[in-house]
Design a protein around this ligand. Sequence first.
Ligand SMILES: Nc1ncnc2c1ncn2[C@@H]1O[C@H](COP(=O)(O)OP(=O)(O)OP(=O)(O)O)[C@@H](O)[C@H]1O
Length: 706
Amino acid sequence: LQLDGEVGVLSVKEKASPEETCSWFSYYCSYGWTTYMIIRGCRRDLRMEDLPRIPSYDAPVKWLYGITAARLKGGKTFLTLCRLLKKDIKVLIFWSASTAVTEYVAPSAMLRLLSYLEKPQEAVIHPALWISLLFIGPMCRSVCYQQYIFNATRVLVRLNISLVQEIYQTALRSHLYDTSVDSGADERQIMQGKPSSKKTPKSGQSNITSLMSYDVDAIYNSRDIFYVATAGTISVTIAMSLLYRMLGWPSLIGVFTLFLLTPLPAVLSNRVSRIQREVMRATDARLSKISEYLGSIRTLKYFGWEPAMAEKINELRSVEQRRLWKRNILVAVIAVSGDFLPMISLLAMFSTVVLFTDTPLRAPVAFTSLSIMETLRLQFVWLSNIIRNASQGLESLRRLDHFFESAVPIKHHPAGPPEFKNATFRRTPVATFKLQDLSVRFLEGRLNVITGPTGCGKTSLLLSLLGETILESGEATCPRDVAYVPQAAWLQNDTIRNNILFFGPYDEERYTSVIQACGLMPDIEQLPDGDKTMVGEKGQSLSGGQKQRVSLARAVYSRARTLVLDDVFSALDTHTTSAVYEGCFRSDMLQGRTIILVTHLPSALQDARLIVNLDRGVISSIQTAEEGDLILESSQCSADTAVEDDSGSPPLLESAEPVTIQSNSEMPQIEDPNDASGRLVEETSAKGRIPRTLGEYNMLFWNPGI
Ligand SMILES: Nc1ncnc2c1ncn2[C@@H]1O[C@H](COP(=O)(O)OP(=O)(O)OP(=O)(O)O)[C@@H](O)[C@H]1O
């Protein structure tokens, strides 16, 4: 490429993959287009840039569209994959068949050559032909077989990119209900070595991970089923006819023995399939435990629970290993039986020829039979391998089917103003808590506040508006351009700036004012790389308050017309809360945008044009205010502000209903121990002693004036 020197030519060539531009000889026979990579790989470790470009026909997005279209036609995953890889399967079948046919060229040539050596005078064709066929046959077989391997590997890659992308897309676009509550029982059963329940509706993160790794691997490892089905059948047919021509009816004894013994690996493979199911369950349980512990690794370390956790993981791992061991033993038995079956049938066949017929067992026949039986034996090895892989693949296909069937696609509400009409929602199909009969239309371009006691369903209401819950009855509409800030900030492992821009264009003026409004300027100034500082995995290099403000800044910076904000002040101290509130909500930063804010902040309650009070999943009251009016009087809010403590937490208002907020005049009068100057009034006291004599004591005791 560098020698070409012409920029135009370079750019055109760089775009094409060498696989697409190489010669036919290189593509089908020599694979010369991979030579440079092999040489480089011998000299040093290969890097990403050393790998050839992916050909245009293998672009991942193309395969994602392909598998989505194939699935839409209906049927299970196996059918979908067959539809998707129809052409590739045909190519595989062609090369498998060619391999099977060319495999018998050499044994046939050997038979002729040995016959010629036995009786040269009877030869019609010159033996040079048989000698050359002894070379050409295996050569042709090798070309066909390598083409099969090349295309089967391509199928592997295509299957992998299609399935992984589809799983990923389904996970993003569907409700995957986390049944980790059930998995506890499952895990206990696994620990006790009992087989777990058959239903495995787990759709947690670890489950998706094992679907994308173990299951997809198991499926593409079964791709050779096409080879065995085609090459195996053709090979057995050719072998049988050749053997029959050479040995007559005793060859049928050999084939019959093979036929009787063939179901043995299949019977064993059923057992492998069952054990494999158990292995996958144990793997799921271990992966789910590991990801659970990794998620809270800091807490575990603080409490010094690592040994206990390691022990638990090891217990799960040892159960998994025991099952893997059992499976591998059985797989080894299948492999050995695959090797022995042709030997037994060969023995049966030759014994029959020697014992029950007058036909002499001539050298050409015996050697050619041996060669044919060796070819058949290899077919049996393939068969036993594929049976093992296919049983694993079958189980994985079942798991994938379950995943795709149980994923409930997220249904977006129709576009419109943020509104609920007699809507009832549940977080999951089995959740006991539900938001009932919600009817509210949020005011567009205004500040709407949702408030209520903890656990009353505020977050659920926001998620319901976004279509992340199940709408059981009623109606809901939601605008299309919404920016959502969750209660627990979600950050990418990127710079602060990129987390705020979130793939949007960089507008310096807007960016700076957003940073200032969210009170991030002092934090950024303190960081060594400013806003180019990496926030780390899940934003772990930032404080909770910083994370929440970066998350808020992302929504404020976005051009979304509607902002759905879930308790965005919960991790901020009083002073930062008021600074951020003033900067964002009382400036023109959010002017004209619809804000739906979950908060108890008195200032927000004071500024809100609409307040929704929630109580145990039901809207207990809705308060609205005309332009210029206030729902809550400032005195009521300041009464709450006075509740602020010094602990750094924002002022709380347990119930936002104005009637519940009592002014100072209505409060029960508690005797104020302070005087007007704020000092404590000293308690009246007198010094002295109790009289010693009984008479004097009685006199003092019974005298009410004292
Ligand atoms: N993923 C979930 N699946 C099922 N139920 C859930 C789920 N998350 C929360 N809940 C339940 O829904 C109810 C409402 O929870 P939600 O988080 O909406 O309350 P909230 O008012 O936002 O609470 P807070 O003020 O503490 O954030 C609770 O009873 C909770 O147990």
